[in-house]
Design a protein around this ligand. Structure first.
Ligand SMILES: [Zn+2]
Length: 267
């Protein structure tokens, strides 16, 4: 086994759990799609959260949308959170840390279930959504007010750690702020026995964003989103790094299924 960057010898099993889905179109998904001069086409959007675990610890990356947050937007729930966790072979109580890549409704909605966990997110992400600009219409519609309040209450209770640009979550697991999609959007890298799994989350919803350099339609900073693609691509130039897009149905094709709704990313 080769020693991976910053692992201190620890390797994890990494899972993607698909808990929701919807049908959309390329024109809805890609910013300024008409400018590409291509016909519109149907596109699925899947909703995942991720699990990294080994003998020493279990860490969840994002938590999915709440039943109310999903229903309000017409999303299809495939597995409510307890069932989705059970499919991955765990319960919320076993989770010691939850990494929140950003504060959109489909990433923080399940946080209240993880009553024992330390929660980590980047400081710019927290500050934006709890500040005055996060409540403005274009931004606020991708969040739920009570879920932003929950982040505030976690912070007040000393359970929310705000991180800098790069932060070691645990040996072998690192979160890195890339911005673009949201002001403090993070990606997460996880050391495995077969190299590094790079969880792009919404820094790259679809592989097509990276492959064709096409920004996603929901974005706070377009140059920042392009720059985030550059960061992901430069990390992925190392052949031992596997990129996992945040909402792409291709994840279910590129990785082996190990249970209903669960794909092994580290295998
Ligand atoms: Zn998302």
């Amino acid at each position: 086994m080769t020693e991976q960057r910053g692992t201190a010898g620890e390797a994890y099993e990494v899972l993607a759990v698909r808990y929701g889905t919807r049908q959309t179109t390329a024109a809805e998904v890609f910013l300024g799609y008409a400018g590409y001069g291509e016909p519109d086409r149907p596109l699925g959007m899947d909703y995942y959260f991720w699990v990294a675990r080994n003998q020493a610890r279990t860490i969840v990356i994002d938590t999915g949308f709440s039943p109310a947050g999903g229903a309000a937007r017409g999303r299809t729930t495939l597995y409510p959170l307890p069932a989705a966790l059970a499919a991955a072979g765990l319960t919320a109580d076993e989770v010691g840390q939850v990494v929140v890549t950003h504060a959109h409704y489909d990433h923080v909605g399940g946080l209240p279930a993880f009553g024992a966990a330390e929660v980590l997110m980047t400081a710019p992400e927290y500050e934006f959504w709890t500040g005055p600009m996060g409540g403005r219409g274009l931004f606020a519609h991708v969040t739920e007010a009570d879920e932003i309040d929950h982040l505030r209450s976690l912070r007040a209770a000393g359970r929310l750690t705000l991180t800098g640009r790069s932060h070691a979550v645990a040996p072998g697991i690192e979160m890195t702020e890339v911005g673009g999609h949201t002001p403090g959007q993070a990606i997460v890298t996880v050391a495995t026995e077969r190299g590094t799994v790079l969880l792009a989350s919404d820094a790259a919803h679809y592989y097509e964003e990276l492959d064709r350099d096409r920004p996603f339609s929901t974005v706070t900073d377009v140059p920042g989103m392009y720059a985030a693609y550059d960061v992901i691509r430069s990390l992925a130039a190392d052949p031992s790094v596997t990129v996992v897009a945040g909402h792409d149905p291709l994840v279910a094709e590129r990785f082996p299924a190990v249970a209903d709704g669960v794909w092994l990313l580290s295998g």
